[in-house]
Design a protein around this ligand. Structure first.
Ligand code: HEM
Length: 398
């Protein structure tokens, strides 16, 4: 991507963010034991075929690669296949509705202004600390009904789980890596216990919040088991903040790198949603998803054997030149823009309406309050080092 790579010093491990890939759409990596999928059509095919490409990735990870019950991913919505997935999805969707999300718009605007006012008083704005991180965390905490004041705790848990620079691999981990993984056990357990306490309290004393809706949600006379309420609350708490944090930082980067597009969007605010979609395509926050093959599969001219771990590189698929002309350009006018940043098929992101709403409200307010919206060239942008994520962890505005 001309300009962006040099301008923001994008780390080597975010290879797909450094420009369009040339090379085959599907590749086996003997060093890690993974089948990497980079092509758009191939990624599209995988996500639409859960019978061949299961979301249960733990079934093919050899024992020892992840410490015993490190993440207890069992029963997590993102790991389930049909029919279990459909049942859980129906239950949680009945609590996390579009109306619940749409009603949040005024509150999102109020929090954004409060956070920006506080930063102005301190003098200067570091986007991540001052807005992009706290905004979605406060929103998801208020929605769930857990104290937003505990957000230092949530940040500690999320950082322990996500800010790793290790490459994903099926090889036996080194001692240092094992210790690093063990170190994440504690925050994971703390987070589960914290949410279990809050859920238990809602069973005793219902309130007008999402946790109460989750403990009370019923499909065909069945309620969610306590463990699944906690697991779903974990997914919301984690997915509910790091991703939108990345989306906001990335969209500011795109508007900074392409000033002529910023002018267009500033002049015609109906383009803000399209700018957000294009930012999701170009800087895909969750850059890779895992799947496991239930049987031998033909894909992109190669045969993937059964019981293999497949990494679907959404970030690379979203810049496949066979699908997106001029893929390294930020073009909010791209229409259609069938990017895969929210996944596709049965697991399509349940939080997409919330992420889009937060993005639209916050970007409009940023454009109102900063003209032009510019990254401070004196304070280099820093990226999250995790290879499967694209997002900044530091971005100062000029
Ligand atoms: C699923 C991306 C924001 C909740 C997904 C998936 C992707 C994704 C790619 C599919 C996973 C798979 O197929 O394995 C994103 C991005 C976001 C975002 C890029 C922001 C820019 C959110 C938010 C929430 C959320 C704000 C909740 C508050 C979920 C849930 C699922 C999911 C619950 C699982 C759905 C299922 O398995 O049926 N997300 N997400 N996401 N996302 Fe998001």
């Amino acid at each position: 991507m001309t300009g962006i790579v040099e301008r923001y010093d994008i780390p080597e491990q975010l290879f797909w963010l450094r420009g369009t890939r040339s090379g085959p759409p599907v590749e086996y990596d003997s060093a890690t034991g993974l089948w990497n999928v980079y092509g758009y059509q191939e990624a599209h095919q995988i996500l639409g075929d859960p019978a061949t490409f299961s979301s249960d990735t733990m079934r093919v990870v050899p024992k020892g690669v992840i410490p015993e019950d490190e993440f207890s991913l069992e029963g997590f919505i993102t790991q389930l296949d049909p029919p279990e997935h459909g049942k859980l999805r129906k239950l949680v969707s009945s609590a996390f509705t579009r109306k619940v999300v749409a009603d949040l718009e005024p509150r999102i605007a109020a929090i954004t202004h409060e956070l920006l006012d506080a930063a102005r008083e301190r003098g200067g704005l570091e986007l991540v600390t001052d807005l992009a991180y706290p905004l979605p965390v406060i929103v998801i905490a208020e929605l769930l009904g857990v104290p937003a004041g505990d957000r230092a705790l949530f940040k500690r848990w999320a950082d322990a789980l996500f800010q790793r620079d290790a490459k994903i691999s099926l090889n036996e981990p080194s001692e240092a890596r094992k210790q690093e993984m063990q170190a994440t056990l504690k925050p994971w357990k703390e987070m589960s216990a914290y949410l279990a306490d809050h859920a238990e309290e809602r069973r005793r004393q219902p309130r007008a919040d999402l946790l109460t809706r989750l403990v009370e949600a019923e499909v065909d006379g069945e309620r969610l088991p306590a463990r699944q309420v906690v697991n779903f609350a974990i997914v919301l708490l984690l997915a509910g903040h790091i991703t939108t944090t990345m989306l906001l930082g990335n969209t500011v980067l795109c508007l900074d790198a392409f000033p002529e597009q910023q002018e267009k969007v500033r002049a015609d605010r109906t383009l803000v949603p399209a700018a957000i979609e294009e930012s999701l395509r170009l800087f895909t926050p969750f850059a890779a998803l895992g799947r496991s093959t239930m049987r031998e599969a033909e894909l992109g001219g190669v045969t993937i054997p059964a019981d293999k771990l497949v990494m679907v590189w959404l970030g690379a698929a979203n810049r496949d030149p066979r699908q997106f002309p001029d893929p390294d350009a930020f073009s909010p006018g791209r229409d259609p823009n069938p990017h895969l940043a929210f996944g596709r098929g049965i697991h399509f992101c349940l939080g997409a309406p919330l992420a889009r709403l937060e993005g639209r409200v916050a970007m409009n307010i940023l454009l109102d309050r900063f003209d032009p919206l510019r990254v401070d060239p004196a304070d280099p942008v820093k990226f999250i080092p995790t290879p499967t994520m694209a997002g900044v962890r530091r971005l100062s505005l000029a």
